[in-house]
Design a protein around this ligand. Structure first.
Ligand code: NAD
Length: 265
C-alpha cells in the first residue's frame, strides 16, 4: 500500500516516515512539507533521521494524493481541511490526526468521508482509545453527584488547548451521561467563578517541557474519587496507530471512521 505523509518534516511526520519505512505491507509514496520550506527537495528519510529513502520531500499535496493509496495528515487544521478535499477529488483514503479543528474543518472531513474512507482521531493510541471507552462506561454508571474533571499536560510547543484528546474524553463522558458536551463544558476557570455547577464537565490544561501527552479523567463526589489516567512517553504510539489506521482503510468503503473502528473496540 502506498502511504503518503503530509507534513513529513514535523515532529509526528518524521516518526511516521521512520515507522512507515519499516512496516511490512506498505511503502512510502511520498511526503510533503509546507510550501517554501527549506526542507523542500530533501530526502524524506534523511529529514526523519533514518537512512536515505530516495524520496524527495515535495510541496504539492495534489501530487502526493495522486501517487498514494492513503495519505496521513498530522499538520494544521487548515491543511487538514484542504487535504480532505484533495482526498475526495483523487479518491485517496485519508487518516487525520491533526487536532484543534473548528466545526467547519471537521465537517470538511465528514464530507470527504462520503466519497472515500476517512479516519479521524485526535488520539491514535490504543491506550487512550481504551481510556475513552472506560470513561464513557463509568460516566453512564454514575450520576451527577460525581463531578467530572479532565486534566491534561503537554509539551511547551503545543498550540491548541484543551488538547483534542481532552475534549474527546470530555465527549466520551458526556455521551455516557447522555448529555451534549458543549453546554456543560467548563473549559477555563479564572477569578471569582462561584461554586462548581452541578453536571458540568471541567477541563484543566498544563503546558511545559517535553511532555508528550498526559490525560486524567476524575470522577469526584463527597467522600470518594475515581481517577483514570494515561501517560504517553513516546510519540511512536500515535504514529503506529496512524499507520495501522492507514493499512486498515484498504478495501474499506467510503465512511467517516474513528480509531474505535480501526481497533475494533
Ligand atoms: P509540528 O508542528 O511538529 O508538525 C506539523 C508539520 O506540518 C510542520 O512541519 C509544518 O510545517 C507542516 N505543515 C503545515 N502545513 C502544511 C502544509 N500545508 N503542507 C505540508 N506540511 C504542512 O506538530 P506535531 O507535533 O507533529 O503535531 C501535528 C498535529 O498533530 C497537531 O495538531 C497535534 O496536536 C496533532 N497530534 C495528534 C496526535 C494523535 O494521536 N492524533 C498525536 C500527536 C500530535
Amino acid at each position: 500500500m502506498g502511504i503518503g505523509i503530509v507534513g513529513c518534516a514535523g515532529r509526528m511526520g518524521k516518526r511516521l516516515v521512520t515507522l512507515g519505512s519499516e512496516t511490512e505491507g506498505c511503502h512510502l509514496s511520498g511526503g510533503t512539507v509546507r510550501p517554501g520550506s527549506e526542507a523542500s527537495g530533501r530526502d524524506i528519510g534523511e529529514l526523519a533521521g533514518v537512512s536515505r529513502l530516495g524520496v524527495p520531500a515535495g510541496e504539492s499535496a495534489a501530487e502526493l494524493f495522486r501517487a498514494s493509496d492513503v495519505v496521513i495528515d498530522f499538520t494544521t487544521p487548515e491543511a487538514a481541511s484542504e487535504n480532505a478535499q484533495l482526498a475526495a477529488e483523487h479518491t485517496t483514503a485519508l487518516v487525520v490526526g491533526t487536532t484543534g479543528l473548528a466545526d467547519k474543518q471537521k465537517s470538511d472531513l465528514e464530507e470527504a468521508g462520503r466519497k472515500v474512507p476517512v479516519v479521524y482521531a485526535p488520539n491514535m493510541s490504543l491506550g487512550v482509545n481504551l481510556l475513552s471507552l472506560m470513561v464513557e462506561r463509568v460516566a453512564a454508571a454514575l450520576d451527577e453527584d460525581f463531578d467530572i474533571e479532565v486534566l491534561e499536560m503537554h509539551h511547551r510547543h503545543k498550540v491548541d488547548a484543551p488538547s483534542g484528546t481532552a475534549l474527546a474524553l470530555g465527549e466520551a463522558a458526556a455521551r455516557g451521561r447522555g448529555i451534549d458536551l458543549e453546554p456543560h463544558a467548563q473549559r477555563v476557570r479564572d477569578g471569582h467563578t462561584g461554586p462548581r455547577k452541578r453536571g458540568d464537565i471541567g477541563f484543566a490544561t498544563l503546558r511545559g517541557g517535553d511532555v508528550v501527552g498526559e490525560h486524567s479523567v476524575i470522577f469526584a463526589t463527597t467522600g470518594e474519587r475515581l481517577e483514570f489516567a494515561h501517560k504517553s512517553g513516546d510519540r511512536d504510539i500515535f504514529a503506529r496507530g496512524a499507520i495501522k489506521a492507514a493499512l486498515w482503510t484498504k478495501g474499506k468503503g467510503a465512511g467517516f471512521y474513528s480509531m474505535r473502528d480501526v481497533l475494533g473496540l
